[in-house]
Design a protein around this ligand. Structure first.
Ligand code: 9MR
Length: 380
């Protein structure tokens, strides 16, 4: 049986630029990361969230920032933490097996540093967004171990002290494979077995002992059988990691939501967050966005439903004190992966209105819904 196209991310990667890397000294001279509380502008969502002890921000890319000054302005206002959306993936800085090209990643680190923003790294190990040469790299245990060691030491080491957190392993779970442990079969798993996950976290911790280390996963928030299997696999994985003394600090719930989906169960989400917290871990919402696929075309109705979805989800998640970070997977409808995904894009061909700002960087009802959710949240 062929592997289903479960996530279907089809956007073309921007090839890494050839600009010289930023000297390490310049990186270290950037303002030290503002952690919880001190980050963000005087107004905006970042400040509202910080008032409740939550770090709030967005993913962005260099290409988007260079294409739209308006995007930089809203990010400056609302985000206290910036996540480079492409630049820290292997495809973003590994042009060849030998080489690293940190031009784009350094641009993003500078963008955040110059504005006093925290940074999160995404992602050290992911089965997607691998460069073309990866397929012909050694896939045996020794070869894969050497590849991971060099990659994580180099990348996490370069930005050590600058990252509030790192997504160390992204999307390791996929019940479709029917393994007892619920893990996804990836080149890393095939070469090294499930131990590749522990290995990646240990390497990341050695390279950047200050960063919070995150296991990031999707499909965890809905009361469906599929999501239940994912929750169970994630909990089992995290429990084992904690028992083995692996340096894992948080679970990242991606939260790619759908405004048309029915049956969201706040109690179930809160119960899951509490189970993760009971393992001694924090919980982050790492990639929040809301597709309006399946809703009628009228904009006011779509915007209202999307806003409701943001508010309902965040009110539930923020009610749990373990929830410490909320990152949106984009701020404006001008740039969204959802129009390129057969699962998230609209069937009528209209662009999705999935984010807090429209394509011209004007705030939508969703912006106010997120603000209201933070205002209503208990402090932590
Ligand atoms: O939004 C990202 C898109 O622009 C990229 O083409 C794609 C591959 O790099 O990744 C998308 O972001 C994904 C994230 O890295 C992991 N979780 C799902 C996100 C949406 O597909």
């Amino acid at each position: 049986m062929p592997v289903p196209d479960l996530t279907a991310r089809k956007l073309v990667q921007r090839p890494g630029s050839r600009k010289p890397a930023l000297p390490r000294r310049a990186l270290l001279a950037a303002p030290l990361l503002p952690l919880l509380g001190g980050a963000g502008p005087a107004a905006g969502l970042g400040a509202l969230a910080a008032g409740k002890g939550v770090l709030f921000g967005t993913a962005l890319t260099r290409m988007e920032l260079e294409g739209s000054p308006g995007l930089g302005r809203i990010a400056e206002t609302d985000a206290a933490v910036i996540v480079p959306g492409l630049e820290l993936k292997w495809s973003g800085h590994r042009p060849s097996p030998e080489g690293f090209d940190f031009g784009d990643a350094d641009f993003m680190v500078r963008f955040a540093g110059e504005r006093g923003k925290a940074l999160r790294g995404h992602a050290l190990v992911w089965h997607e967004a691998l460069p073309p040469w990866f397929a012909s790299a050694p896939q045996d245990a020794a070869g894969m171990r050497a590849l991971l060691e060099r990659h994580i030491r180099t990348v996490a080491g370069r930005y050590a002290g600058r990252m509030q957190s790192w997504d160390v392993v992204n999307e390791p779970v996929e019940p479709w494979y029917r393994r007892a442990d619920g893990l996804r079969e990836t080149p890393f798993l095939r070469a090294l077995g499930p131990g590749y996950i522990d290995l990646a976290f240990r390497l990341a911790h050695e390279a950047d002992p200050a960063a919070r280390l995150v296991l990031n996963e999707y499909g965890l928030e809905m009361p469906t059988e599929d999501n239940a299997a994912r929750r169970a696999a994630v909990l089992a994985l995290l429990r084992g990691m904690r028992a083995r003394g692996v340096p894992v600090h948080a679970l990242g719930i991606q939260a790619h939501l759908s405004a048309a989906a029915r049956g969201f169960d706040a109690g179930l989400l809160r119960g899951f967050i509490r189970e993760v917290a009971a393992l001694g871990l924090e919980v982050y919402v790492t990639e929040l966005d809301v597709t309006d696929r399946g809703l009628p075309p009228e904009i006011p109705a779509r915007d209202a439903a999307v806003a409701r979805c943001y508010r309902t989800f965040l009110e539930a998640a923020l009610a749990e004190p373990a929830l410490r970070l909320v990152v949106l997977w984009g701020l404006s409808d001008r740039y969204t992966w959802m129009n390129d995904s057969p699962h998230a894009r609209r069937e009528d061909g209209l662009p999705v209105r999935a984010h807090l700002y429209d394509g011209n960087f004007r705030p939508k009802p969703a912006w106010h819904a997120v603000a209201d959710a933070f205002r209503a949240a208990p402090p932590r």
